[in-house]
Structures are given as structure tokens and as C-alpha cells.
Design a protein around this ligand. Structure first.
Ligand code: AMP
Ligand code: MG
Length: 282
């Protein structure tokens, strides 16, 4: 199945999240089939990431946005965090600090974009500046409404310097979210995640939805696409994102560098050392 084709938001089209399914099985008979697919895909991602790192010419930025409990953390644990940490970093974006607020909204974001050869994963991102900031009225409309264009320019800048961008919205239903909140309540190890604000945000579900729809519509350039990932089944979410990351890395086609040493010469040195070692241990 082509997960990119399936979940990519078409550019120039109206986005209506209420028309998109949240509970999807895709090509998978059950959970274990999806998990096996994800494991295999992760192996391929690691191999490609190795090449990306060694090649050192291109980079990948993965942006994760979602309502609470939609599974950003789980996705990072099960897929994106499976990459070699030498070449992959995750950055969570929380309420901006005083210092961050004293700069432009992209200042803290730009500092975390991936260097050549690297992958950056954003757990929330600059999109919060047209989502929570808009819904909670943190800055005037005149300020946030200019940001879509600024974001497009920013992402174009990154692209022109060799960074591929993938943006994922984890699409979860109100019912599934409440069920997960319930599970958090029952599990003391998850109590640190409890947050009164999460319940408040449920009351603003439609406003958040509209803000997401606008962001996806206005900031969906050809080279920095948005994907809506059905996320009520955690195993489908993981499998779909893994597949899209794999396909993208395959398309980037990172190459191992050409060597500039003479292999025969190195082989000669190697054999000489072997002989030496054998003589010494006789
Ligand atoms: P969490 O990801 O659940 O740890 O929560 C982080 C919180 O930071 C969320 O409630 C976000 O909405 C909030 N946040 C992230 N970026 C911004 C921003 N630019 N302005 C205001 N709040 C933000
Ligand atoms: Mg939270």
C-alpha cells in the first residue's frame, strides 16, 4: 500500500478532518501483522539513516502535531526513536520561555533544524504558533494570521538547503482520547501526564480542528507536505508513519561516499600486519 498517496493532504484542496477516518486497519489483518510490518520497516529506515549520516549532504525534518494523547510519544518510542541516536535528535517544544518570547517565533525552531546528515524530530513545533496561540488568543489575529506565509518561507529556506520536511497530524477521535485519558488515570506511572488543560482543550475541540485545518491548507507546499494519520489504532499509526519515512528516505537515496584510498594498498598493509602478528605469536 502507498501510505504517502493515501494520507497526504492534496494541495489546494479544502481540509475537512470530520470527513477523515480515525480508526483504520489499512492492509493489516490485525495488530501483530502491523507490528511485524513496522519492525521490518524500522530495519530499512535504520539502514537508510546510516547512509544519510555517512553521506552528510541532506537532512530530514519530521514534524509531529496532535491533540493530547494521540500518541506522539508512542510514535517516537516505536518508530522515530529507533534510529541511531548519533544521527537523530528529538526536540519537544513547550510553552516558550521569556527568552524565546523575546525573539521571533521561529528563532527557537531554527536552532533545532537538522544539520546535513541528521534527522530532527519535532514533538510539537512552530505550528503551535498558529494553533494553541490562535485558539487561546495568545496574540492578536493580525499577528498569527501573517505566520502561515512566514512558515512557508521558512520551510522553503530549509528545503532549498537540502532538508526534506514531513509533517504528521495524528488524527484521533474524541471517544478514543477520553478512553486514553481514563487509562492514564488508572495507571500511576502515567499520572505525571495528567493535566487539567487537556480537559479544557476537549471543550475547544472544534476550534482546534479549524485551526489545524487552516494550518494544513495554508502550509502544504509541494515540498513540505502534511499527512493526516488515522491514530485510534496505535499500531496503524506507527506502521503508516514508518512507511512514509522509509519511502521518503528511499526517494532521497543517500549514497555512501566514494573512497579516495587505494583498496589494494590497504589490503597489502592489512596482510602485512597479519603476517607480523602470526610471526610474533609463534
Ligand atoms: P506537552 O507536549 O503535552 O508536554 O505540552 C506542551 C504544551 O506547550 C502544550 O500545551 C502546547 O500547546 C504548549 N506550547 C507549545 N508551543 C507553544 C507556543 N508556541 N505557545 C504557547 N504554547 C505552546
Ligand atoms: Mg500533554
Amino acid at each position: 500500500m502507498d501510505f504517502i498517496k493515501q494520507h497526504r493532504i492534496k494541495s489546494g484542496k479544502k481540509v475537512d478532518l470530520s470527513e477523515m477516518e480515525t480508526r483504520v486497519k489499512g492492509p493489516f489483518a490485525d495488530k501483530s501483522a502491523a507490528k511485524a510490518f513496522t519492525a521490518e520497516t524500522n530495519d530499512a529506515i535504520r539502514e537508510l539513516q546510516y547512509r544519510l549520516f555517512v553521506e552528510g549532504k541532506q537532512s530530514l525534518l519530521v514534524v509531529l502535531q496532535a491533540p493530547d494523547a494521540a500518541g506522539k510519544d508512542g510514535l517516537i518510542r516505536n518508530v522515530l526513536g529507533q534510529m541511531n541516536p548519533q544521527g537523530c535528535r528529538t526536540f519537544p517544544f513547550k510553552v516558550p520561555s521569556k527568552l524565546e518570547l523575546s525573539h521571533d517565533f521561529l528563532w527557537r525552531i531554527h536552532a533545532c533544524t537538522p544539520a546535513k546528515g541528521m534527522v530532527s524530530v519535532f514533538n510539537r513545533s512552530h505550528y503551535e504558533d498558529v494553533l494553541v496561540v490562535r485558539v487561546e488568543d495568545i496574540v492578536p489575529k493580525q499577528v498569527w494570521s501573517e505566520r502561515y506565509e512566514l512558515i512557508n518561507h521558512f520551510e522553503s529556506l530549509l528545503r532549498s538547503c537540502g532538508t526534506r520536511i514531513l509533517k504528521f497530524y495524528l488524527h484521533i477521535s474524541l471517544e478514543e482520547q477520553l478512553e486514553r485519558f481514563g487509562k492514564r488515570l488508572e495507571n500511576p506511572a502515567k499520572h505525571w501526564k495528567l493535566n487539567l488543560g487537556d480537559y479544557e482543550a476537549r471543550g475547544k475541540w472544534d476550534s482546534y480542528r479549524s485551526a489545524y485545518e487552516d494550518a494544513m491548507e495554508k502550509c502544504n507546499q509541494q515540498d513540505a507536505p502534511w499527512f493526516v494519520i488515522p491514530a485510534d489504532h496505535k499500531w496503524y499509526r506507527d506502521a503508516a508513519v514508518a512507511s512514509i519515512v522509509r519511502q521518503t528516505l528511499e526517494d532521497m537515496d543517500p549514497q555512501l561516499p566514494k573512497i579516495d584510498v587505494d583498496l589494494d594498498e590497504v589490503r597489502g598493509l592489512y596482510e602485512r600486519e597479519q603476517v607480523k602478528l602470526n610471526d610474533e605469536t609463534k
